[in-house]
Design a protein. Structure first.
Length: 459
């Protein structure tokens, strides 16, 4: 077998067939990777070799921004790979956002993953995850979600007709744009009396008891698809490696898959240097930041200090601390991919920061005002970049790519609360989170139904 699953724990390293449905290593409980015997597979000599597929856009798999990099995630035959046209996303330089962040003109780029079919980067992973699900004959797939995973799963199941979808969401925690998608795409939607961390725990039990195929980012095949976000960033930079990748951290699947992408590109000799990685938590969901910066938790060659993590969670439970942030997509206190993220931080000489609610909504307004737009969680990347430039960790002239993970229309409440003129709505959505002001607000103007008054306003 040229493709297999392997436990990431160096003490274990058990391997499993690609056709097995596993969420964690049955031997030791650690996370699993999809691994390849690269020597026996046709890998490209240089990244520019992928350009030959640009002219094959009438082939749906080669049109896909995920599967046109098939040689770098070859776990299924190309013609059996599920695609809904994901990954038509762009990397755009933004001097406006560079100025906001304090970086030099020309140095800041936004990778706009909101352009995916369901409006978030999750589609990269779902194309790969549903491909594996179909390969192993699953008829039903489930996920726990803060919103975007469920929207993406529901869309992929509806469009590919290969499985039925069941999504578990915390009650009252999901942005309306995302909930509306899950319902519209026909997912069986289960609202649990609890938050995301509760829903995540329950869906793993359900999956174990019923055999429903699990499509959270615990699923290593999903993370294979998300590697392609980095391939497209390099593609857009004409295969040059940037200095920094800045990404919001929730369940830490994205940061983990970026790390794996660079580990493999380096191993294959397709890049000669590795970008640094910055993972940004919301202050109200800061498990990674606390463990990494306060507790000094590290990958440590794979020998992660699990006792430290257990003690941290025990303390969290004792204090009944729950994740709470306007950036609902990263409102997660028990990130399932924590150890893989530590590996990514280790390989990419990474840093972790947390940003406040105020920093998030202001950064989001800056992204919007510069003609892109994103949901609150995505703006954590821009807020994090701003913080790291101010600290001098990111140099003003370094080439920085911020990942905008989700579309602006996902969470209209947050946007209208920020810009709108209704103090009660501001208070109920943002004020209660600790947002005090809206310095970048673009207030609507209320005017009588009278031409002179209207002209007055426009003067
Ligand atoms: C899922 C999601 C995140 C968090 O990504 P992880 O892989 O869970 O760390 C951030 N932003 C948006 C918009 C998301 O949908
Ligand atoms: Zn193991």
């Amino acid at each position: 077998m040229n493709v297999f699953q392997r436990c990431i724990n160096p003490q274990c390293r058990s391997t499993f067939d690609v056709g097995e449905i596993l969420h964690r290593c049955p031997t030791c409980g650690a996370l699993l990777d999809v691994e390849y015997d690269w020597d026996k597979l046709p890998t490209p000599k240089k990244l520019a070799d992928f350009e030959k597929y640009w002219s094959e856009r009438s082939n749906p798999q080669r049109f896909s921004g995920v599967w046109r990099f098939h040689e770098l995630l070859p776990f299924a035959p190309l013609d059996q790979c599920v695609t809904v046209g994901e990954g038509q996303t762009i990397l755009q330089r933004s001097n406006g956002v560079a100025e906001y962040v304090g970086a030099a003109a020309g140095s800041l780029y936004l990778q706009y993953e909101g352009m995916n079919p369901s409006g978030s980067f999750k589609d990269n992973g779902m194309a790969a995850g549903t491909t594996h699900g179909r390969l192993v004959g699953a008829t039903q797939a489930a996920c726990a979600s803060t919103g975007n995973t469920s929207a993406s799963l529901a869309l992929y199941c509806a469009a590919s007709k290969s499985m039925k979808s069941v999504v578990f969401v915390g009650s009252g925690k999901i942005a309306y744009g995302k909930l509306s998608q899950a319902l519209d795409y026909g997912a069986r939607t289960v609202q649990i009396q609890g938050d995301f961390d509760d829903a995540m725990a329950r869906v793993q039990e359900v999956s174990k008891k019923t055999g429903i195929y699990l499509l959270n980012s615990l699923n290593p095949f999903r993370l294979e698809g998300q590697k392609t976000i980095m391939f497209r960033v390099l593609e857009a930079l004409r295969w040059e490696v940037p200095d920094w990748i800045v990404v919001p951290g929730g369940n830490l699947g994205n940061s983990s898959s970026f790390g794996k992408a660079f580990i493999e590109l380096k191993k294959l000799g397709l890049i000669d240097r590795v970008p640094r990685l910055a993972v940004i938590n919301a202050a109200g969901a800061d498990t990674l930041d606390r463990l990494y910066n306060d507790e000094g938790l590290r990958w440590n060659g794979g020998n992660v200090d699990n006792a430290k993590i257990d003690a941290f969670y025990a303390q969290m439970d004792a204090e009944n601390r729950r994740a709470s942030t306007i950036a609902s997509a990263i409102e997660i206190n028990r990130p399932v991919n924590l150890t893989k993220c530590l590996r990514a931080l280790d390989f990419c000489d990474g840093v972790v920061r947390k940003v406040s609610e105020q920093e998030i909504v202001d950064a989001k307004a800056s992204v919007g005002a510069n003609g892109f737009g994103c949901e609150p969680a995505s703006a954590a990347s821009v807020a994090g970049a701003k913080k790291l430039v101010a600290e001098g960790v990111i140099g003003r002239d370094e080439r920085v790519v911020c990942i905008l993970t989700g579309h602006q229309l996902k969470d209209p409440n947050a946007t209208v609360a920020y810009h709108g003129a209704d103090p009660a709505f501001f208070e109920s959505v943002l004020g209660k989170r600790g947002v005090a002001t809206a310095p970048l607000a673009n207030r609507p103007v209320v005017v009588g139904n009278d031409i002179d008054a209207i002209l007055d306003v426009l003067r």
